[in-house]
Design a protein. Structure first.
Length: 60
């Protein structure tokens, strides 16, 4: 019984971490889409102004 508060906090922490991970994955997908669009236009990624290839286009 005395472990319940600690376990509840851990569950909440993991849930928050999972939500943050989901958000970051969505943002990464959006950046990859933007990068693909820019490459199709012959333009570089906004994060790599002078570099034709960047890490945004790599898989995790």
């Amino acid at each position: 019984m005395e472990q319940i508060p600690a376990l509840t906090r851990e569950v909440d922490r993991l849930r928050t971490t999972e939500e943050q991970l989901s958000l970051h994955k969505r943002q990464l997908d959006e950046l990859r889409d933007e990068y693909g669009d820019l490459q199709n236009q012959g333009t570089n990624c906004r994060f790599c102004a002078e570099i034709p290839l960047c890490l945004i286009n790599t898989s995790l």
